[in-house]
Ligand binder design. Structure first.
Ligand code: NAP
Length: 235
């Protein structure tokens, strides 16, 4: 039996990933910073739930202790993420970004990922086939962001892409440190969720595809990579 935790799974891509992995036979924990939203989501899917705010040490430690007491963890999906926007859903560009915007974004997307990884590493190390999936973005790719004439080039935000480039680096360094784990970064594609004010062009079913695939890689699968549904992405 495979036990899987998805952070920020009460809605959006995390919820759809939970739905698919429950269907695939995983025991899934819906991580949610709001206990009631988590409970409702878990009830809809026949999943478990755990209260988990990735910006809060105590909450993450308590969640790890609870899942450990229930039997441990095989798959961790670091999905919780934020993209701070200005009024009217405008992306915050270089003229307006502040240290606070950077700090808030990094607190969830970067420090949150490390906080959760650090707390759950002891559990993952005891799994026979440990897997980590980190939610990156196409906007993390320095190659793509500097490729003139593409939508990725045209995206003006600073904090969000910088945070996801950091997620890519975290992925590579953890993958090297823990060669018996499969640790990959994924780009779901521009998906209609609350994160982007539902302006995305893909459905959550399409977006969750690569997350679900990378959550199910076997011990002979890739590690330290950066993938979307079509294959490997340039860093
Ligand atoms: P979403 O619908 O806004 O869902 C984000 C989830 O993260 C929500 O469950 C939210 O919980 C949770 N969350 C935020 N801060 C949290 C915290 N401090 N602790 C725990 N949970 C927290 O967005 P989404 O599009 O599904 O995003 C999922 C991941 O995919 C993110 O990492 C995002 O960067 C990445 N991604 C999305 C796209 C896209 O186009 N949508 C593209 C590339 C990458 P609440 O309900 O409590 O707010």
């Amino acid at each position: 039996m495979t036990t899987t935790l998805i952070t920020g799974a009460n809605k959006g891509l995390g919820f759809e990933t939970a739905r698919r992995l429950v269907e695939a036979g995983h025991t899934v924990y819906i991580g949610s910073r709001d206990a009631e939203r988590g409970r409702r989501a878990a009830e809809r899917l026949g999943a478990r739930t755990v209260r988990l705010d990735v910006t809060d040490d105590d909450s993450v430690r308590t969640a790890a202790a609870a899942i450990e007491a229930d039997g441990g963890l095989d798959v961790l999906i670091n999905n919780a993420g934020v993209e701070e926007r200005a009024d009217g859903n405008a992306v915050i560009g270089a003229a307006d970004v502040t240290a606070d915007t950077m700090r808030n974004t990094f607190e969830t997307n970067v420090f949150g990922t490390v906080r959760v990884l650090h707390a759950f590493l002891p559990l993952l190390r005891r799994s026979a086939a440990p897997v980590v999936v980190n939610l990156s973005s196409g906007l993390a790719s320095l190659t793509r962001v500097t490729d003139a004439g593409t939508p990725t080039y045209a995206y003006p935000g600073v904090a969000y892409p910088a945070s996801k480039t950091a997620v890519n680096m975290i992925t590579v360094q953890y993958a090297k440190a823990f060669p018996h784990m499969r640790i990959n970064a994924v780009e779901p594609g521009f998906t209609k969720t609350d994160l982007n004010g539902n302006t995305g062009i893909q459905t959550v079913e399409q977006g969750a595809e690569i997350i679900v695939r990378m959550a199910q890689v076997g011990p002979d699968g890739p590690t330290g990579g950066y993938f979307d549904a079509e294959g490997t992405l340039p860093w």
